[in-house]
Design a binder for this molecule. Sequence first.
Ligand code: F58
Length: 797
Amino acid sequence: MESGERRAKAERMFGLMDGFLKNDPLSLQKDILHHVEYTVARSRFSFDDFEAYQALSHSVRDRLIERWHDTHQYFKRKDPKRLYFLSLEYLMGRSLSNSVINLGIKDQCADALRQLGFEFEVLAEQEGDAALGNGGLARLSACQMDSLATLDFPAWGYGLRYQYGLFRQVILDGLQHEQPDYWLNFGNPWEIERVHVSYAVKFYGTVEEETLNGEKYKVWVPGEMVEAVAYDNPIPGYGTRNTINLRLWAAKPSGQYDMGKELRLKQQYFFVSASLQDIIRRFKETHNDFDNFPDKVALQLNDTLPSLAIAEVMRVLVDEERLSWEKAWGIVCKLFSFTTHTAQPEGLEKIPVDLIGSLLPRHLQVIYDINFMFMEELKRLIGLDYSRLSRMSIVEEGAVKHIRMANLSIVCCHTVNGVSRVHLEILKTRVFKDFYDLWPQKFQYKTNGVTQRRWIVVSNPSLCALISKWLGTEAWIRDVDLLMGLREYATDVNLHQEWKMVRRVNKMRLAEYIEAMSGVKISVDAMFDVQIKRIHEYKRQLLNILGIIHRYDCIKNMEKSDRRNVVPRVCIVGGKAAPGYDIAKKIIKLCHAVAEKINNDPDIGDLLKLVFIPDYNVSVAELVIPGSDLSQHISTAGHEASGTGSMKFLMNGCLLLATADGSTVEIIEEIGEDNMFIFGAKVHEVSALREKGHADKVPLQFARVVRMVREGYFGFKDYFQSLCDTVEGDGDFFLLGDDFTSYLEAQAAADRAFVDQERWTRMSILCTAGSGRFSSDRTMEEYAEKTWDIEPCKCPI
Ligand code: F58
């Protein structure tokens, strides 16, 4: 068809469409009823909250699709360099509230629903979480997608559509049990199945050689093929028409393959192969020379999980596109950037050579070839320093040979990013020191951030309204540095009144939830002291619990008359332990055992309560964070690469009790140590403390609380012995004993500050005011400029 003819046809069809969907309440009502009737297929006169939620979500999705089409047409026309964000994990949480807020149609939706006899907030609660990941890394990906869309960057996310989300945590007798999360059982209105976007992914088989025009080529003859089919999830930006895509791959036919249960390596390659086939196909639609590939495409590896992509691009360019090895290598070196999310060498991914050799025989050859060339170059550069050569090799020798995925990534990526300034220091001086000494220019850091749209606007609407009122604008939702304007009012009595009121209502909401869930009644006058995150020894939930035991012990041993001075506390702990992580599970059990004792001690009353919130996830966080007074981020210094929970609490005006670890170091610079409770050994002190050993300097208070656990004061004496062993004598790798005294001091300082509510409220306002730097908008802008070399591409309205 001629282009004029094509345009005429498109215009006629657009005419038939009756224009874009309208966002006034009446039009929305019509759309909702349309979806009740034709999508949900319920009678329009009788549908319940869940069906109303489904119909509303489909109506919202229709609007997302319009913008998403326009965005893609626009990207296609402008052909900017695009970022492809490759991540095996995304913790998206719920989509409804976020979508209507970013589309700017929340009030209209609420009006429309009210007229139909429904309440927006009630329907929003019907949605389950999309939990396609584990922890901080996965939630970070979700925040970054929101920022990429909002800032109009030409970006796509790629991921896996797992059949089951992260396990549901059920607590029985204080013990964690894992149950499958059938997140797709009730349908997923936010995704669009793309039956026609599918690719064959090869596995196993052999590598053969073929000669063509006198040249020899490798041909991979697979032993198995699995079909990958795309599911698209529109990601709307805030205050822009731009709506980007998160494309998740599922295996077809589902049932035969379940990517949730397959071998991790198989999942990784399935993801990498499908995503790259898609990316290369799109590139080839408008380009025919791979020399331009790095000018049009940036590939971001979210940790090493997707790093097989490097070998896959080499394989495709050499074996399928028939480029020379040198030319392909030149392209690959300009294409990839890598971000690592761990500060611990043990956290680095290694894959047994035999496993790769059997599942992906050609990739193993490619990796060996890359390593051979790297080793040759390295020998030229550093000489025959065999110990260093073996440390830097991509292949780890030993009884079982492994491929070191981080080494592969560093060798092949143009940039290696840490996630906070301290993290980069640790990478440079410890984890990747050999590589840093060789290629200092490759190493950068971008301090993590979180999206204020999710963590203030969606989860704390009353604080959001209050901020906008005092700043006189909603512009901070896009331009978060404007929050600094609140500093001017940090001592204003009127703001204090309103601020306290908002916080109190959020605490009441949280108290209701806790009572409904655990039966424990808590007082909103108490300080709500929260630690919610994955359970891990280095995050030191055990330090928190031992501190609570100490507090309990002190109250018990106090004269009755002195109890008047005790600041009432509600300690809230939540988080999942990895299913095979025995010690983490014991920490959960201890938390329950201590809670049982304290909460049922009539002598203690409201002075102290301890609750464990089960099944911590994104939507639980949205409820808990706005209702917290104090939050704990107390990892042993040098172990938390960044930490992002702290940033969410900070935005919500919750004070931080923290060690100077990960991004907290930068939070201290922004907020000031006076407005936080900082304690414990610093990063540079930790190794000396470990070397000194612990035996002679354990504080008495620490020895006493551990003894209480050991001697069965909270029951389950035998069960807790091995847990106590991890913090006594030379077992105390995470330095709980060393930090205990300063931890208690920081807790006492928090008590003193809380008594002075005026001071506390001022600190709280200053936390929110200083949180702008920890927005993922800032992080994404830094990546765009310094790592990906991409520019905004704003779709016109
Ligand atoms: C986390 N890593 C870091 N890894 O621990 C945290 O400090 C940081 O703030 C966050 O990333 C974002 O940068 C993390 O969540 C994982 O979940 C791994 C995923 C792959 C399997 C092993 C755990």
